[in-house]
Design a protein. Structure first.
Length: 72
């Protein structure tokens, strides 16, 4: 199973932009995630085609199971 931490932001065009981090440390500390997202916004670390990140939309852990298919 592959787990990913998704940090969702809104940009200047009010569109959702997602930053994905593989293999998050669990249990996830909501306060640390909140602080990290505040830092990303305050320091303008990332930009998107719709401009700078302006606010937090949400954060979530995505858990998916990957099964390789053996070919021929």
């Amino acid at each position: 199973m592959a787990k990913v931490l998704e940090l969702q932001f809104l940009n200047q065009e009010n569109k959702t932009v997602t930053v994905r981090l593989d293999a998050p440390i669990e249990p996830v500390d909501p306060a640390a995630v909140n602080a990290a997202m505040d830092t990303v916004i305050a320091q303008n670390i990332f930009t998107s085609s719709g401009g700078s990140y302006t606010s937090k939309k949400g954060a979530r852990i995505v858990d998916r199971e990957v099964s390789d298919i053996v070919l021929g």
